[in-house]
Design a protein. Structure first.
Ligand code: EPZ
Length: 437
């Protein structure tokens, strides 16, 4: 059954078969969302290519339409044309804001375009409380006045002015929100300790192509320094932009090989963004070849090699090991030899998937709020398990590849928020997997 973003069909797979083949990596969810939001700033037409067809993008499209943007979609070409000449509505509909936290980056774009934004508080989610104090900190530094009540945030700015903004923590969303508001502010903004994630750099690349004036030095990873020289909105113009590949989807499939074994090639894969992940997977015993030139990653585990857990891994901000690959790593650790202690340092409760993995026979113990201990077992047992959030859901799918018998993952709507077609991708890699109603 082909991908259908609207259905909540379960995913069913039979484990025990090695992966073998080539798969093309989709466009990045976390890069596409902020650049689509950025189109609100540009009183012109932008064309976006390699847009992933996932439900979070559907949500962003509805939010953009609610501001007055006119969208033309060419699904089969993964292309969206956005006409933002007549953006007029600064109030975002609650139903879409609450459906997707990253809607909050529209605040910066609306402030920059209309001088006002009214959004609902994007609530917490199953991976933890997700406050937006750093977003509001950045916007207030730029001169926005912000009123909040229990569930709405109203931001207003007569005029946004450049400022020096030092983030106490390099929040990805807060960095993106601040950049969007600073693009047309009067004067220069210097951000210190900005998030270094590739999705932040991609946003700056897009904005510069559209006429903004943003400087990111070669030492950006070390300094986290971004300088934004405000430009008049009339300087901003439409561009044709191709969304970068999704490093988290690529990493998920790399861990799928550790679960099921085999030999895969990831095409259009952001090899340079996955160095920490590749280093770890090599240490666990797989062969990894990064072909930066051709955006290709080869991962293989031959039957002689034992996939071994490393003793300790902790998540961190880029370029450290990414929190979004913590659950896929956890799934592969369940069937690797030896013991891993895994520490989640970014989100406050990102181990919800543990209970479902344990039901499949994994040996996982919570050591405290931040750490779990995984002891590898020879095999997991196929079960019907429930996806509770995006990356945990993907982890259950790759765990099913390693399990004896049939695994069915339900509530796959969470997975479709970020994976365009995890079933089709894994099928192309030789997995026995399908959607089932
Ligand atoms: C982005 O979320 C990604 N989402 C997340 O991916 C990713 O896990 C995260 O960055 C970290 O890399 C998108 O890009 C759409 P943060 P974001 O602000 O911007 C705390 C996925 O699976 N914080 O860097 O929300 C926050 O609570 C998703 O694709 C504050 O305290 O991440 C969290 O503990 C999940 N105050 C930590 O910082 C704030 O104002 C990291 O959050 C903002 C954040």
């Amino acid at each position: 059954m082909a991908y259908d973003g609207q259905s909540n069909a379960a995913i069913c797979m039979e484990g025990g078969k090695c992966l073998d083949g080539t798969v093309l990596i989709q466009g990045s969810k976390n890069a596409a969302l902020p650049v689509l939001a950025a189109s609100v700033l540009i009183p012109d037409t932008c064309v976006f290519k390699n847009v992933p067809y996932i439900t979070d993008i559907d949500c962003m499209k509805n939010l953009l339409k609610s501001t007055g943007a006119v969208l033309e979609e060419h699904k089969e070409a993964h292309m969206i044309r956005i006409h933002s000449e007549n953006i007029r509505e600064y109030r975002l509909p609650a139903r879409y804001v609450s459906a997707m936290r990253s809607s909050v980056v529209l605040m910066g774009a609306l402030l920059g375009r209309l001088g006002e934004a009214l959004v609902d508080y994007p609530g917490g989610c199953v991976i933890g409380e997700r406050p937006i104090d750093l977003h509001l900190f950045g916007l207030e530094k730029l001169g926005a006045q912000i009123w909040t009540d229990k569930n709405r945030i109203h931001a207003y700015a007569d005029e946004l002015k450049g400022a020096l903004i030092k983030f106490p923590f390099p929040s990805v969303g807060a960095t993106q929100n601040t950049i969007l508001a600073a693009v047309t502010a009067r004067g220069t903004t210097v951000i210190k300790n900005a998030a270094r994630e590739p999705e932040v750099t991609a946003l700056c690349d897009f904005l510069n192509k559209a006429g903004a004036d943003i400087e990111i030095g070669h030492d950006f990873i070390a300094t986290g320094r971004i300088v934004i020289h405000g430009v008049d909105i009339s300087r901003l113009h439409g561009v044709e932009y191709t969304v970068i590949p999704d490093r988290i989807v690529a990493g998920t499939y790399m861990f799928a090989v550790l679960c099921a074994g085999g030999n895969i090639t990831l095409e259009n894969a952001p090899a340079a963004q996955l160095r920490s992940v590749c280093a770890l997977i090599r240490k666990m015993g797989a062969d990894v070849v990064l072909d930066d030139e051709n955006d290709r990653i080869l991962v293989s585990t031959d039957t002689k090699q034992i996939i071994q857990n490393v003793p300790f891994v902790e998540t961190g901000v880029y370029p450290e090991f990414p929190t979004d690959l913590q659950s896929p790593l956890l799934a592969s650790a369940c069937v690797s030899k030896g013991t891993l202690i895994l520490k989640e340092r970014i989100f406050s409760s990102r181990f919800k998937v543990v209970e479902e993995l344990v039901r499949m026979g994994a040996d996982i113990t919570a050591l405290d709020n931040e750490r779990v201990q995984v002891r590898g077992v020879a095999k997991l047992a196929g079960r019907t398990v429930i996806a509770q959030e995006l990356r945990g859901g993907a982890a259950l799918v790759i765990a099913g590849l390693a399990a004896d018998g049939i695994t069915t993952v339900t509530d796959t709507r969470y997975i479709k928020r970020g994976y365009q077609d995890i079933v089709g991708d894994l099928e192309r890699l030789g997995a026995r997997i399908s959607y089932v109603d």
